[in-house]
Structures are given as structure tokens and as C-alpha cells.
Design a protein around this ligand. Structure first.
Ligand SMILES: CN1CCCC[C@@H]1Cn1ccc2ccc(-c3n[nH]c(N)c3C#N)cc21
Length: 250
């Protein structure tokens, strides 16, 4: 997968050089390129914003720098053999970004992120590119940030960990919260490791029993309890067929 990101704060995306995404880049699973939008400005102040038509607070990001940046990135990418690009536009007014969207985006060969600042990007930019390629406007949560770069970090990590060869254990994301399958829509249960006793707190005995069936059952019960406590809305989404009678007694 190729990822391009255009931002006025390229250093904000330095975390894409470390940890899981950094390793995926080193392994060649991800080809990440970060671009400074101001490279496509030509005035002495490298202006990327202007006052909003119709008045109102703040500033709006101008069409021209975005248009020149995206045209060049698309041309260079096609020239380098990349194909089927999609724009990913972080915005508080976007489609909620969840595991389903992460899976959808992980199938794309090329994502171009456009994290904005100020009041956002002039609408004509998204209109222009949605006539040429898919444009996904997504929100990472019901709170307001000052810009889209944090969303790029979140989305990139959620997508990258789904790519073949990125997670050490191919099964690792099988039991994730929200992953499809037997644990679908249940939160993860508690996890433990050595030492067996810490400040008088011992490991649940079942985890030391070696009885895999009992351990699996205990983990599912704990996941169910945590979901009921922290995300009862997810229980509503569960397929009744996957909730056995013991769940209902918990
Ligand atoms: C505050 N300020 C005036 C109101 C409109 C937004 C603006 C700030 N801002 C500019 C670009 C931009 C992109 C994403 C987000 C964002 N906030 N919350 C999310 N879940 C986000 C995502 N994903 C915020 C952004």
C-alpha cells in the first residue's frame, strides 16, 4: 500500500516513522510519503488560507495549493506505477471511522490523506477530486480537534495493522474489539502476565489451569461483562444467536 499525506505540519506525522507503521515501511509493506502543502505556494508568506465567503469566524484553506499538490502527487504516483487512489479527508463532519471503515480502507492500494487546519478546506477541492477518484470524508470521534493530522495517525495505524505481514501473529487482530467473528462487537477482556503475584494481587486461577476450554469461556465472559459495563450499545448490536444463555445470566 502507498500512503501520501499532505499537511502544513509535516513534522506532526513523524510518528509514522516509528513502531508498527515504521516497521511496515522498513519491510516495504507500506510506502509512506509526507508532503508539505506550502511547497505548492508561491507568495512570500506561503499563504494557504483566506477569509471565508459569507463571513464567519476563522480562515478557510485555499483551493489552489491543494489542487496543485494533489494533481502532482497523483501524476507522480501513476508515473511510479501506483493505481486506484482514494482521498481520505479527516473532518468532524465525516463518516464515523470504525473497524469496518479500517477494513474497507485496508483494501485500497493507494490512500492520499488531506489533513486540514483552520475551518477546513474549500469545498470545491473535494468536489473536484470526487469527480475523479473516491473521496472518503471520515471522523475519528465525536470531539473537535484543531486539525486532521491526529486522525491521519489513528487511521494509518488502524489500517496498517490489518495489512498482511504487518502484525507478527497473523491471528493477532482476529480477537480485536469490533473484529468480525466469534468475538464480534465485544470489547477485549483483561490481560495478565508474570509475576503470578504482585502486591498481593494474584492471577485468576483459571488462567493457570491449562484448561483451554475453560480459559476461552472465562475470557469471553469477562469480555461480555466489560462490554455490558462500558459499551452496552454494542450488546444491542450483537446477533442474539452469538449470545448463549450463560451470557444472559451474567
Ligand atoms: C475546530 N475547527 C472548526 C470547526 C471544524 C473543524 C476545525 C478544526 N479542523 C480543521 C481541519 C480538521 C480536520 C479534522 C478535525 C476533527 N475534529 N474532530 C474529529 N474527529 C476530526 C477528524 N477526523 C478537525 C479539523
Amino acid at each position: 500500500m502507498r500512503l501520501d499525506a499532505v499537511t502544513i505540519f509535516p513534522e506532526y506525522l513523524d510518528p509514522l516513522n516509528v513502531s508498527l507503521v515504521g516497521k511496515a515501511r522498513t519491510r516495504g509493506v507500506l510506502d509512506v510519503r509526507v508532503h508539505d502543502l506550502r511547497e505548492w505556494t508561491y507568495d512570500r508568506h506561503n499563504t494557504v488560507d483566506d477569509t471565508p465567503y459569507g463571513g464567519g469566524p476563522g480562515m478557510v484553506m485555499k483551493t489552489e495549493p491543494w489542487g496543485e499538490a494533489l494533481d502532482q502527487i497523483l501524476a507522480d504516483g501513476y508515473e511510479a506505477g501506483a493505481h486506484s487512489p482514494a482521498l481520505v479527508v479527516p473532518t468532524p463532519s465525516g463518516r464515523p471511522f470504525d473497524q469496518e471503515v479500517a477494513v474497507e480502507l485496508s483494501a485500497a492500494p493507494w490512500l492520499i490523506f488531506t489533513p486540514a487546519r483552520y475551518e477546513g478546506i474549500d469545498r470545491r477541492v473535494m468536489d473536484e477530486y470526487s469527480s475523479r477518484i473516491p473521496v472518503h470524508e471520515v471522523s475519528i470521534g465525536d470531539y473537535v480537534l484543531a486539525g486532521g493530522e491526529a486522525a491521519v495517525l489513528v487511521i494509518t495505524e488502524a489500517v496498517a495493522r490489518l495489512l498482511p505481514g504487518v502484525l507478527g501473529n497473523a491471528e493477532s487482530h482476529r480477537d480485536d474489539s469490533f473484529a468480525p467473528g466469534a468475538m464480534a462487537d465485544l470489547l477485549e477482556g483483561p490481560v495478565y502476565t508474570k509475576p503470578p503475584s504482585w502486591r498481593g494481587r494474584d492471577i485468576p486461577e483459571v488462567l493457570l489451569s491449562g484448561h483451554h476450554g475453560k480459559i476461552a469461556r472465562w475470557r469471553r465472559d469477562e469480555a461480555f461483562r466489560r462490554t455490558v459495563r462500558n459499551r452496552p450499545d454494542l450488546i444491542e448490536r450483537c446477533d442474539p444467536a452469538t449470545l448463549d444463555k450463560k451470557d444472559r445470566s451474567l
